[in-house]
Design a protein around this ligand. Structure first.
Ligand code: SF4
Ligand code: FE
Length: 528
């Protein structure tokens, strides 16, 4: 528990904005704990994070055109603002406990998004942090994929080294110290394009359908392929690659894990489209976006014969560990959804309640009941996130893993309950959410007064306020944020069937049968 008395900002002599952040040019915080205990904090401010990305020379494409300055591009900037929120919240004294933690690797206070979980309390705090970030952005804030990859790769590399005498864990630990010291955002990348789903990686007609080792050199490897649906790729300093599924010996070239800067030679990112995304380019886009400040994004990331030096390779052909790395990353990210989606759900429930107020139906009993149901569903998801954290355990490498069964139950619920929450929000909002005129009409000198007059409802809300609330619900259920709240709830961190396979593996049906045998006094029972 951090007892924070003072929070000081010490600016270094050089105020120069950095490329990739260096210690010299970054702000150092000193948190004074109980007056006499000093802990050096090595984190970037929100502004430094944004500047650090602006100096990178990424190869980013959107709508068939190369984007020279993704940081300031109106289509991309809201998603960057969401990541930036993870830095800003860590600067705020009131969020120190949840957003920051002392690194077990360096002894410095770091952003929790760069942390290796050291206890079940850390796992619980991770979920709380994600709920907070969801509440503040109402969008996917993207930085969790890196955190989940750190924890999965750290424990898996330890176990690879135990079996094969390799040095992946040492390499990865050094890499993670670099990430923590520089407070980087990392794209934890797992999902390959996969081509024909009925064929294994090595049987595909195009060998690049799964990212693979194309060449092994004395000083490193050359990789080729792609990662699809990459959350926050363009807002990340680095990509941290993992295999996409369990592999057999014939697929060993596809059992590969490594890290590479986002702007490395041979890396191309194609920015994904989202529903209603070009509203961001319209003259009047404030009200109509629903959430003009924040968003999320995914990208198709292509690796065209990219060289990876040995010190950044964390798995190279150890196919028997590919499944372990996948299962652990997926497990952590399924826990994550018990935090982030709940925080976004909080905003949606609040918006639905405000819509009811603005429509003048606050007192209707069915409205109250729908808001209760939405809250019940949302807190059910949170309960799953907290439960799988509390039931976590220590891994051989020393960091903590969530309870895999409960994390998969968490994500399975996430594939369903946000849809019902969204349905109820749309029910409360009413049809006007999708039929009302635009902000441009509201601002029109000729017809704006009609919009103002006929969209007015409760005297407690202006027409513009009512439009803003309805557009926010539209954004979360049908617009750009629906990617994160709806379809990502279905397919992110694995589609529903992936969790059902894990639930079947972890459910321990045999022990349940034994319980029933014992009670029913059926032959085969251990207890008589
Ligand atoms: Fe984080 Fe949720 Fe986005 Fe995944 S979907 S990166 S857990 S905010
Ligand atoms: Fe996700």
């Amino acid at each position: 528990m951090v007892d924070c008395f003072y929070f000081l900002l010490l600016r270094p002599l050089s105020e120069k904005k950095s490329d990739l952040p260096t210690k010299k040019s970054r702000v150092h915080f000193i948190l004074i704990l109980n007056i006499n205990l000093l802990i050096l904090i090595d984190m970037m401010t929100r502004e430094q994070y944004i500047e650090s990305l602006r100096k990178m020379k990424m190869n980013v494409w959107y709508m068939g055109e190369k984007i020279d300055n993704p940081v300031d591009h109106p289509m991309i900037r809201p998603s960057l603002n969401s990541v930036a929120m993870t830095y800003w919240l860590a600067e705020q004294p009131e969020y120190q406990d949840v957003m920051t933690v002392v690194s077990n690797l360096t002894g410095k206070r770091i952003n929790r998004f760069c942390h290796l979980h050291q206890s079940t309390e850390d796992l619980v705090n991770k979920v709380k942090m994600q709920r907070l970030c969801g509440q503040k952005t109402a969008a996917c804030f993207q930085r969790c994929v890196g955190m989940d990859a750190f924890n999965a790769i750290y424990s898996t590399t330890y176990e690879i080294d135990q079996k094969y005498g390799t040095e992946y864990h040492k390499r990865f630990t050094e890499y993670l110290k670099y990430v923590q010291d520089n407070d980087l955002t990392i794209d934890g990348a797992m999902t390959d394009p996969k081509g024909d789903r009925s064929l294994s990686p090595s049987k595909q007609s195009d060998p690049d359908m799964f990212l693979h080792i194309a060449e092994i050199r004395p000083d490193g490897i050359v990789v080729r392929g792609a990662k699809a649906h990459q959350t926050g790729a363009v807002n990340s300093h680095e990509h941290l690659i993992m295999p996409t599924q369990a592999m057999k010996e014939e697929d060993k070239a596809y059992a590969v894990s490594f890290a590479i800067p986002t702007d490395a030679e041979g890396v191309t990112m194609i920015y994904g489209r989202q529903s209603c995304d070009t509203r961001k380019l319209e003259k009047y886009h404030d009200i109509d976006l629903g959430n003009s400040q924040f968003g999320g994004h995914e990208a198709l990331v292509i690796f065209d014969n990219v060289f990876i030096p040995n010190e950044r390779v964390f798995m190279c052909q150890e196919y028997d560990f590919a499944g372990m790395m996948v299962e652990r990353f997926a497990g952590y990210h399924r826990q994550s959804y018990g935090g982030c989606k709940v925080g976004v759900g909080d905003v949606l429930i609040g918006a639905a309640a405000l819509a009811a107020d603005a429509n003048g139906v606050t007192k209707a009993s069915h409205i109250k009941d729908k808001l209760i149901e939405m809250t019940h569903l949302n807190e059910t998801l949170y309960s799953c996130g907290i439960a799988c954290s509390c039931e976590g355990c220590k891994m051989a490498a020393g960091n903590y893993m969530i309870n895999l069964l409960l994390a998969n139950v968490c994500k399975q619920n996430v594939t369903r309950l946000p849809y019902e929450i969204a349905r109820l929000a749309e029910d409360i909002a009413g049809g006007l959410m999708v039929t009302m005129p635009s902000e441009a009409d509201l601002r029109s000198k000729e017809i704006g007064h009609y919009v103002e007059k006929y969209l007015k409802a409760s005297p407690d809300f202006t027409t513009e306020e009512r439009m803003r609330i309805l557009r926010l619900i539209e954004n979360l259920t049908l617009g750009t944020a629906a990617v994160g709240y709806r379809t990502e709830s279905m397919h992110g961190a694995g589609s529903p069937q992936a969790q059902r396979i894990m639930i079947s593996r972890q459910g321990n049906l045999e022990s349940k049968k034994q319980l029933a045998r014992d009670i029913a006094k059926i032959k085969g029972s251990e207890k008589k």
